[in-house]
Design a protein around this ligand. Sequence first.
Ligand SMILES: *Cc1c(COP(=O)(O)O)cnc(C)c1O
Length: 364
Amino acid sequence: MIPFLDLKAPHVELRAEIDAAIARVLDSGWYILGPEVEVFEAEFAAYCQVDHAVGVANGLDALHLALRAMDIGPGDEVIVPSNTYIATWLAVSQCGALPVPVEPVEATHNLDPARIEAALTRRTKAILPVHLYGQPADLDPILAIARSHGLRTLEDGAQAHGARYKGRRIGGHGDAVAWSFYPGKNLGALGDGGAVTTNDPELAQRLRVLRNYGSQVKYVNEVQGWNSRLDPLQAAVLRVKLAHLDAWNARRAALARLYLDGLAGTGLVLPAVPEWADPAWHLFVVRHPRRDALQQALADAGIGTLIHYPIPPHKQQAYAEAGFASDAFPLACTLADQVLSLPMGPQLSFGAATRVIDVIRQGC
Ligand SMILES: *Cc1c(COP(=O)(O)O)cnc(C)c1O
């Protein structure tokens, strides 16, 4: 059996370090925010080559609170990808604003800068690109559009810890980046966690207030905030894993190279990597017109795969009231029908990846 992702494997590898980090929090007497969270925030900001990181409870809150800190609310519109995890859209909806979908570049699956201007209206306030599958979105043209129209940019970096765009780490290109530390992400906690990175000190300060009941000074509430704080136990675990992130991303990249070479010339459409992109390889996503049969053939051979994502947000019942046309966003629909994520993770062996390649080569 080759699982899609073995969540236990990274922790087995780091067991002694993680045990020590957890014991340090237990012994500290600090169980909400405090020094462990502050040190992780500083270390993660430094890793992302950015001035500030603010830890929050999860990736959805990171997106939602970052939009709130940008004053996005009812009547506003935010450009989002038509093909993303629904959290990207929900964060906009939670602000009372309207997610306005834009289709991706077919080869990269990432937001197409050439299609953004047609979707802008008087009400557009921000652009929210996603670095989907750990492949950086084409930020320069997106940021240029935002600048020329006076829009904010928030990036969804939930799948892109360590990815680089034109040599610089994702984290500080636009106004802010929202991160998730969900266990399966490249930098994953032992539960939920999230953060926002930014070079804007005012935005960082607003986020610190919003995540903590709208309060800087205990029992003094400036605004109606939320309780969305990164847990110090998770921060301590994340500090351990952050030190291994580059090495683990390098293993992912080596596996991706193996897949790219081994699957060349099959019927699969393989990930396209622009020359300016240094992906984090959160997922290795292929396309095939008979995707379901391919997934079944792999399952029969004991190989686990997943579909990211089978139903685009505009086709979800959750957005039925938005009234999208039945033929809207055809590219997002085609991708949802054809994508398949192969096993990928820092603890996946080369032998296992070679077996995946062999099974696919026999079947396609
Ligand atoms: C995981 C993920 C999120 C949400 O993160 P949570 O921590 O689960 O709330 C948001 N956007 C994308 C693209 C994700 O992959």
